[in-house]
Structures are given as C-alpha cells and as structure tokens.
Design a protein around this ligand. Structure first.
Ligand SMILES: [Fe+2]
Ligand SMILES: [Fe+2]
Length: 381
C-alpha cells in the first residue's frame, strides 16, 4: 500500500462514524421557482442570455431598508514579491477597481485565502495592498491563511474570524469555516510547513474533510439570530460553500445540514462564499448560495458537474492570466439581490448555450458523502 493510500485510510477511519442518517428536508422554494422560470422562459423563446453577464441572480427578497452596494475580493493567494508579482498585480487592480466604484461600495468583504502558504510576509502584503481600499473592510479566513501557525498571525492582523453586524436592515454574518480541521498532524509529528503543504492541496484526500462550522459557532449563530425577524434579509459570508458541492476538494462544510437547521426559520438567507474560484449558484431549503471568483486563478468545475441552478462560466484561456478571475460587486436592493462578476477582459462571463459546454448538463446525483460521516462537533486545535 502506498504512503498516500495509507494516510487516506488512517484519516478516513479517524473521521468517519457510522449510523447517522440525513434529514434531506429540501423543497422547491418560491425563489427557486422564480429563478428557474427566468432560465427556462429565456431558453424556450429563443432569447440569448445577454443580460446574464451582469446579473446571475435576481431574487424576490424582503426589504433591505435602502439599496446599497458592497464588494467582494477573495482568494488572492499572495506569495512574497520576491517569489512572484503576478498575483500582486491582480490584487492591486482589484483594489483600485473597488475604490473607484461609483456609487461607492458601503464596505468590502475579503473572503479568505489572502496568502498562499500562510507566511507572515504574505499576510502583511495583503494588508498593504488593500490599503488602497479606504472603505470599511471585513475579513474571514481561508485555509491557506491558517495552517502554518493555526491562525495566530491572521488573528493579529484581522481580529476575530467570525463576527456579525447590521447594515441598512440586513444582518451580515462572517463565519470561520477553516480552523477546525481534525488534528491528524500531531500524532504524525508534522512540522507547521508540512501541515500547511497538506492544506494547500486542492485534492483534500490528504488533509481530509477539514471544512466545517462547528457546534460552538452554530450555537453562536443561533444566539445572534434569536429575535431577528424571520422575513428580514440575512447574508452569511464563508470561505467554503455552506452546502455539499464537491467534498473531495472541500467545496462544502461537512456540517452543512446543521447550518440549514439553524437557518430554517428564516426565509431570506444568502450565503456568499469563496474557495471554489468559480461562478456557482445553488439553492437548498431557504438558503441561496453564490460562489465568487478568485483574483489568482480559476479552479475547474467539479468532475461531476455543477448544481442545476448554476449558469456556468465560460471556459477560460489558460494563456491569459487575467482570464477567469476577478472580483464582485453585490447590490442589495429593496426587493432583489444582484451579483455582478467583474471578470477582467471578458464581456461575456457565462456560457451562451448548452451546446457550448458539457457543464450545462444537470448535476449528477450521487450518495452524499455527508451521509456517511458522523456528526461534526468541530474542535478548536
Ligand atoms: Fe483559494
Ligand atoms: Fe480555500
């Protein structure tokens, strides 16, 4: 048996507990129906998706107090300037773009993976480059920021990894979905650098299913949402998607069902997430999830396809470092949420017809990996 295979088995044995069955309380919501109607309506009358490049999502929602914009940047994966400046240049460009928004954004959310290998100079470089953005900035961590020193430097620079604030009738919540990776490194006597190397690999089969919210954070969410009017908007920022998209790459949190349970009473919930480096859209229960671009590089779509509600992005040109990457403007109107993907050098962000990409076919259903795992309590190292 190879070393890698042995590691995988050890980790799987440590992480998987039998006897837990799902509560797949999924249903077609009014929002989902509306969204599907838009897609099928446009397709059946032979229109193009000309308006999709600007707006991937239009939703009936209840009442932000007034319309406003905010911006998202994430997954900059900065190396020190002495190693390369390619990613630095793209952060400079994104920061300038955000700062020149008119009307201005009310705030910038940075969605994690500011650094590539979690080094202090990488994290500090991110702070320096984002000084260009003068509006309020809030941060959540990515796994690349965390696993060299278990979030010590990140905490010094950015504070608490989870937080909440209210803005113009919307409750915003920032979640930490990266810090609770089950500790398999101590027993293996891994160095911080080895641990970080494991976490920096897209294929999570070495580091295991590390992404999760954790019981303590679920309890905290319950507490801060007690008393919030169930019809008022909630926007949750997380590095990983809060549903099961593709666990082998940790494109999920393994306790997403518990997250759904906490949010079940609320009718207007949006999850905006990074980590996937690609355009994504999904709805489960009362929550819609929107995937954001990276500034660094695009990841491919999962081999098994994308959620049915996703209008896939174009296939990018690997020879163009500005293709398939960028940042987002998000608008909260009184009655809708709009996502504008700012993909540098592209007028058309989305594929224009089903014939353009096999990814336009519906997702393949398979047994959910979460069904095979035990309850996730989350453990702070
Ligand atoms: Fe990333
Ligand atoms: Fe990530």
């Amino acid at each position: 048996m190879s070393d890698l295979e042995r590691q995988r088995r050890e980790i799987a044995a440590a992480l998987q507990r039998p006897g837990v069955s799902p509560d797949p309380n999924l249903r077609l919501t009014r929002r989902m129906f509306f969204h599907k109607s838009c897609l099928f309506g446009a397709a059946t009358v032979g229109q193009t998706f000309a308006w999709w490049p600007l707006i991937n999502t239009i939703d009936v929602a209840y009442a932000a107090e007034e319309s406003f914009k905010f911006a998202w940047i994430s997954d900059t994966h900065l190396y020190p300037r002495s190693v390369n400046t390619r990613f630095v240049e793209k952060v400079v460009r994104a920061a300038k773009d955000v700062q020149s928004m008119s009307p201005p954004a009310d705030f910038l959310i940075f969605g994690g993976d500011i650094a590539q290998l979690g080094k202090p100079e990488e994290l500090e470089l991110g702070v320096e480059l984002l000084k260009e953005v003068k509006i309020k900035k809030v941060f959540i961590p990515g796994e690349h920021d965390w696993y060299l020193d278990m979030g010590k430097k990140w905490g010094q620079l950015f504070g608490q990894p989870n937080w909440t604030f209210d803005h113009k009738g919307v409750r915003f919540i920032g979640l930490d979905t990266v810090s609770r990776g089950p500790d398999y490194w101590t027993a293996r006597k891994m160095s911080p650098e080895e641990r970080m190397d494991h976490m920096a690999v897209l294929d999570g089969s070495v580091a295991g299913p590390w992404a999760g919210v954790g019981r303590d954070q679920l309890d905290w969410m319950e507490k801060i949402l007690a008393g919030w009017d169930p019809s008022r908007p909630i926007v949750i920022f997380s590095h990983n998607p809060l549903y099961e998209y593709y666990p082998p790459w940790n494109f999920w949190v393994r306790d997403w069902r518990e997250v759904q349970a906490v949010l079940k009473p609320f009718s207007n919930v949006t999850n905006i997430h990074g980590h996937v480096h690609q355009v994504l859209y999904n709805e489960i229960g009362n929550m819609r999830s929107i995937g954001m671009l990276a500034t660094s590089w695009p990841w491919p779509y999962a081999p098994e396809g994308v959620p049915k509600l996703t209008k896939p992005m174009i296939r990018v040109d690997p020879g163009d470092i500005y293709d398939g990457v960028g940042w987002e403007k998000l608008t909260m109107n009184r009655d809708k949420i709009e996502t504008e993907y700012v993909m540098w050098g592209r007028k058309e962000v989305f594929v224009q017809s089903a014939e353009d990409s096999s990814l336009s076919t519906p997702e393949v259903l398979r047994p959910r990996i979460a069904d095979q795992l035990g309850p996730y309590e989350g453990s702070k190292p």
